[in-house]
Design a protein. Structure first.
Length: 277
């Protein structure tokens, strides 16, 4: 990375002084209830989850179980009805500027080039221009977008658009990256390529990643552990340790015994949850 330092550097420096590292995430006894017109809906109940700084955790579960709600809690876009959420040991009390967020759709501005879509993050945050430009160039190279910096969204494939969205989310060096079905709209081959790309970016940045996905294979191919949730009200049924090293190439990873063991366990848990619904 550049001279400004990395999230991984911050984690090491903070660890030397003790206390939670900047990228750690914790949810303690979290319950979320929404008031509907005629009744109250419980989206999540009794959620307890700890993610170490620099870790990669995937969250899977049936539709409507509160996966996206969980990400919004970490981002400070929602407040828990009960319990608390902490980032780096600090309680989340509102929207957090120190996270990155990638959604299913890239949501790029049609009239801005790839580079200028990435730099929109810097403009919105009032970041110094030159360091932001250097950081954007670094991310463009890291994600294989060299040669497409000045292309407009309609000139980019779906996979390239998502790479731009990922660069935009990482521009300010967030200690935590939240991803909500970021590759769900891509074709199978492009999705596999993006899985391998995301693994490389995660290893190079040291950023803590929380990924929501409906794909069991994607969850186990990318994450160190997979959090399996029950139907609504969402609870954590089990956390499955994948048992693979950090370096993952999708086509090779899916052939490994640890991957097959993890996917079988996650599939069994989701099947049991569906049968009991």
């Amino acid at each position: 990375m550049g001279a400004e330092g990395t999230t991984e550097d911050a984690v090491r420096n903070h660890a030397a002084g003790g206390g939670p590292a900047p990228g750690s995430v914790a949810l303690d006894g979290v319950t979320v209830r929404f008031r509907a017109r005629r009744h109250e809906v419980t989206a999540l109940t009794g959620i307890g989850l700890e993610v170490g700084a620099g870790g990669f955790t995937a969250i899977v579960g049936p539709s409507g179980c509160g996966k996206s709600t969980l990400l919004k809690l970490v981002a400070g876009l929602l407040s828990p009805t009960e319990g608390e959420v902490r980032l780096g040991g600090e309680r989340v009390r509102g929207p957090r500027p120190d996270i990155g967020y990638v959604f299913q759709r890239a949501a790029l501005l049609d009239w801005r080039t790839a580079r200028r879509n990435i730099l929109l993050q810097a403009e919105m945050r009032g970041l110094p221009k030159e360091p932001a430009r250097r950081r954007a160039a670094e991310l463009i190279t890291m994600t294989g977008l060299d040669g497409f910096e000045d292309a407009y969204p309609h000139e980019l494939s779906g996979g390239m658009q998502q790479r731009v969205a990922l660069c935009r989310a990482l521009l300010h060096r967030p200690p935590v990256l939240l991803m909500d079905e970021p590759f769900g709209a891509l074709d199978a081959l492009t999705r596999e390529q993006m899985n391998t790309e995301l693994n490389r970016v995660w290893r190079e940045t040291g950023t803590t990643v929380l990924l929501v996905t409906h794909s069991i294979a994607e969850a186990c191919a990318l994450a160190e552990r997979v959090v399996v949730m029950s139907p609504r009200p969402g609870r954590i049924t089990e956390t499955v340790e994948v048992g693979l090293g950090p370096l993952r190439v999708y086509a090779e990873t899916v052939e490994r015994p640890a991957f097959r063991t993890a996917t079988a366990r996650v599939r069994a848990l989701l099947g049991a949850a569906s049968a009991g619904d």
